[in-house]
Design a protein around this ligand. Sequence first.
Ligand code: SF4
Length: 416
Amino acid sequence: MIPRRPTRKVFVGDEKHGIVPIGGDAPVSIQTMTAGYTWEIDKCVAEIHKLAAAGAHMVRVAVPEKKDTAALQEIIPQVTVPIIADVHFHFQRALEAIDAGIHKIRLNPGNISDKAQVIDVIQACKARRLPIRIGVNEGSIVERRDKQRRLKELGGVFSDNKHGHLLAIMVTKLEEYLEIFHEQDFHDIVISAKSIDPTLVIDAYKEISRRFDYPLHLGVTHAGPKETGTIRSVVPLGHLLCSGIGDTVRISYASDPIYEVQDGLEMLYVLGLRPRIGAELIACPTCGRIQVDLFKLVQDVRKKLAEEITLPIKVAVMGCVVNGPGECEGADIAIFAGDRRGIIYVQGEKVANVPEEQIMDRLLAECRNFQQRVQRGEAKLGEKVVDVVPPDPIGELGSGWEKIQKEKGRSLPVVN
Ligand code: SF4
């Protein structure tokens, strides 16, 4: 388990929507944001349901207009996860959202900086025990536009850092803003400091975590479409999480936000920061030995596992038995493909050898059956792992071991 940086803890939600703790000893949580208009009530509710079903612990909505905060009164009673209002420019939207029953407010110091207005929001949140996220975005900090002047003013503050002035502006802005909160004795705070530059994200969060003990909301802003945004997001966020920094995460894609939830959760699962819900899929990348349509099979299996399996069963889909057994070590259920066929193993025991067109259905049936056995207490996850030693199954699959052996000049492994 990765040791986490100690922080204060805040709570988001209520009895009806569930209470999500952020910071302290709470597990890292995943949040996302709806992509549609909040005032389109039915669509907004449907989108929140979809994101919650995908595993989002909290969902944020934009409230740029009064009709958006008015819609919250109808949306909040219909959903089952805590809702956060994303407030920019108009502090009144925060007050309206609080009246509508919102569970958390996000304020941007870059565009709501009037002290009296900020105090109004703080007092309203204090009265309802609602947390506030102070979200400093590199892109929306006004001073950013006057780089040279700021660079001179702040010269040397972070001179050993290539982001120098930007980091200094973000931290200074945050400190100034926090002073208002501290004057009001308000500490139910979460901090974020996002940028599109992954290396600035790493430096900013490390600096902030050194200075403050508030929980941190990690994110790379405007990371782009999922196809390229995944790397841009997961590299810095994974790095920070591995350093024990970060208490809640939002991945930001220019794609369906469901991917933000799926990828955020997967990141936490692989880092061991949350217990996995649903099956874990391992699959080989394929190579010149492949004799089935493995890419399609893997995608079909992935979709079906997500729909049907709720336990963290480890499933391996391997193109052959040459390297497959070693690569899928620890799998509860595995399929090794061969010459248009597949052998299926369940906890180390061979249960089927089926033609390619039957692999998918049989594998799923075995997964469902295994899940039921675990639920009845007749089997245990990870108890007996796949332990296949070629060439025994190769003979059955006809995957051309002799040919492979000749090409590679390797000798056959020992058969147990
Ligand atoms: S499991 Fe077999 S087909 Fe898949 S990459 Fe490894 S050697 Fe190639």
